[in-house]
Design a binder for this molecule. Structure first.
Ligand code: NAP
Length: 250
């Protein structure tokens, strides 16, 4: 059996998830990087981690799909061992538009990718971690967004609302499993330099909004990874149901 602690990072092939995977590996975790379609990006993160002596696997799974989530967790059970940490990070947004232009298909896609996915991964993690089910405990860190508080008017209210759901789920689940050895916390990043803004149709979005950020710059994925790691580590052992805002003061 693996002597290293085991972490699953959903959406670990790029952006915040990739930096989080690298940081967990540097801290001695065996890491599973989950991704949806960019196998090349995930493989390059695995290669970088393994070259530094880490243990890492990449598992393709669309975490909005129940069967894929089951397969993801079963693969980790078999290849890495008992999960200690789940980082729910995979997320999407769509082109900026007003709510009165949104189709039902778009709204459902955002909700299944950003909300159903986190619920399903939490369910599988709790089944394995909870002392109620014979587990050893563990930690879940959800990646939400400052959008849950701003509402993202004129950009993507659907995305913002999906993150609001994650804030509420974090609070509820943290209380539901607190006496079962599981801590559940949340980071809420602001404007972070990743590919995601291009998916919204505005790659230079951070530049447009930079002057509104009190620290006068966007954040780096590495800076978010540090907060995720802290919340997952024993350094935050008395923290559950808490939210760490990382938005340069925004
Ligand atoms: P990113 O660079 O676009 O990367 C997203 C990652 O999620 C990719 O690895 C992608 O897989 C994966 N993914 C998306 N849908 C998936 C699915 N259904 N199943 C499995 N994997 C899936 O995004 P990011 O900026 O790092 O965002 C990470 C998290 O931070 C998201 O939850 C996002 O909402 C949140 N966040 C970001 C910002 C920001 O400014 N960037 C701000 C606040 C919150 P592929 O590589 O295969 O496509």
């Amino acid at each position: 059996m693996n002597s290293r602690k085991v972490a699953i990072i959903t959406g670990g092939g790029r952006g915040i998830g990739a930096e989080t995977a690298k940081l967990f590996s540097r801290q001695g975790y065996a890491v599973c990087i989950n991704y949806k379609s960019n196998a090349e990006a995930a493989a390059s993160v695995v290669e970088e981690i393994v070259a530094l002596g880490g243990q890492c696997i990449a598992v393709q799974a669309d975490v909005s799909q129940e069967a894929d989530v089951m397969r993801l967790f079963e693969t980790v059970d078999k290849q890495l061992g008992s999960i200690t940490v789940l980082v729910n990070n995979a997320g999407i947004l769509k082109k900026q538009m007003r709510l009165d232009e949104m189709s039902a298909a778009r709204i459902n896609t955002i909700l299944s990718n950003n909300v159903t996915s986190y619920f399903l991964c939490c369910r599988e993690a709790v089944k394995r971690m909870s002392t109620r089910h014979g587990g050893q405990g563990g930690v879940i860190v959800n990646v939400s967004s400052t959008a849950s508080r701003s509402g993202s008017p004129n950009e993507y209210i659907d995305y913002a609302a999906s993150k609001g759901a994650i804030d509420t789920m974090t609070k509820g689940l943290s209380l539901e499993v607190a006496a079962e050895g599981i801590r559940v916390n949340c980071v809420r990043p602001g404007l972070i330099h990743t590919d995601m803004h291009a998916d919204g149709g505005e790659p230079e979005r951070i530049e447009r909004l930079r002057s509104r950020i009190p620290l006068q710059r966007g954040g780096l994925p590495e800076e978010v990874a540090e907060a995720i790691y802290w919340l997952a580590s024993d350094k935050s052992s008395f923290s559950t149901g808490n939210f760490l805002d990382l938005a340069g003061g925004l």
